[in-house]
Design a protein around this ligand. Structure first.
Ligand code: ADP
Ligand code: MG
Length: 318
């Protein structure tokens, strides 16, 4: 199977969106941005052996490659539309490609995302996905915008993916009853698209939690020129995290990474409305802290003393 046959067989599918004038097969895709909307664009790179094990289940890799990108659109309050895919493969491995496509397209169909182009070459296993979405002018959820007094909220139960990773690496022992749940949270993160859309015009700032709450909230604080206090007693912990020692659970939530939950800030006047809105969601939304004038992030234990996370997030070049 040559390059062009590979593309035709795996990446050229019937078009499902009327805003795709021309998809895979020409030198460029031709796309129509709806009148009066802004285009939100984001790209994430996944490298075999770094972001996932080179022998990882290809279906999970395909799913996650798109999921982490959709999570960025969610964090911006953008509605997903199109994706492009850059793929380097050591060989035209059909079994790997079938699995990868199954994971990728399953999630793409859930969110009506059309794969409209890409590039395929031979090389070390690596995947770049770029996603494109729409957001009404001025309504994107940015990192800058948090004000002192705003409440800090988070979707879902952050820390699960971090605990799953520690368990996989043999650093922590977790009761067997939690293994399947944790594995799913690490391998099949749910991009919080509906939540991001619902928060348009309500959240003062937002980010998706890919590197741990402490680091990602830190980006909101830096961009907004503010500080914050987090109440560790308020962290929404899953049953799996409640079953491990509290300090380990906090570290997973604060520094674990790979959660793809949304962390956001909301002014006190809008808090009630946001919580009402969230009552209809399929994941919890929990108030975990408050924005303050004083720079820096303070994490308070249930007894009110200061807690220092073991390490803050993940930095590829640190
Ligand atoms: P070019 O040489 O003009 O870059 P290619 O031969 O690389 O064209 O690609 C042919 C067509 O297939 C293009 O429309 C391109 O967008 C698409 N394509 C290539 N690889 C992928 C991929 N991995 N996923 C989706 N579309 C792809
Ligand atoms: Mg090309």
């Amino acid at each position: 199977m040559g390059e062009f046959e590979l593309i035709r067989r795996y990446f050229q599918r019937a078009l499902t969106r009327p805003d795709v004038i021309l998809g895979v097969g020409d030198d460029c895709a031709l796309l129509r941005v709806p009148t009066g909307q802004e285009l939100a664009v984001s790209l994430d790179l996944l490298v075999g052996g770094r972001h996932f094990l080179a022998d990882a289940d290809p279906e999970g890799v395909g799913y996650k490659a798109l999921a982490v990108n959709l999570s960025d659109l969610a964090a911006m309050g953008a509605e997903p539309a199109w994706a492009t895919l850059g793929l380097t493969l050591p060989a035209a491995d059909e079994q790997w490609l079938r699995g990868f496509c199954h994971g990728f397209y399953t999630l793409a169909e859930q969110h009506d995302v059309a794969l409209v182009g890409g590039d395929t070459t031979r090389g070390p296993l690596a995947i770049a996905v770029q996603v494109h979405g729409f957001v009404p002018p001025g309504q994107a959820l940015r990192r800058a915008g948090a004000r002192p007094g705003d409440r800090i909220l988070v979707t879902g139960t952050p820390g699960d993916a971090g605990l799953a990773l520690r368990q996989t690496l043999g650093q922590t022992v977790v009761a067997a009853e939690h293994h399947d749940y944790l594995r799913r949270r690490l391998d099949r993160p749910t991009p919080r698209i509906a939540q991001g859309l619902a928060l348009r015009g309500l959240a003062s700032a937002a980010i998706d939690v890919s590197d741990g709450l402490a680091q990602d909230l830190g980006h909101i604080l830096a961009a907004s020129g503010v500080g914050a206090t987090l109440w560790l007693a308020r962290l929404p912990l899953s049953a799996a995290l409640r079953a491990v020692p509290a300090e380990l659970a906090w570290d997973c939530a604060l520094s674990g990474g790979d959660d793809y939950e949304l962390c956001l800030t909301v002014s006190p006047e809008r808090l009630e409305r946001v919580l009402q809105e969230a009552a209809g969601w399929d994941c919890p939304l929990t108030e975990i802290g408050v924005i303050e004038l004083e720079p820096g992030l303070r994490c308070l234990r249930p007894d009110g003393t200061l807690y220092r996370p073991e390490r803050v997030g993940y930095d590829h070049f640190a």
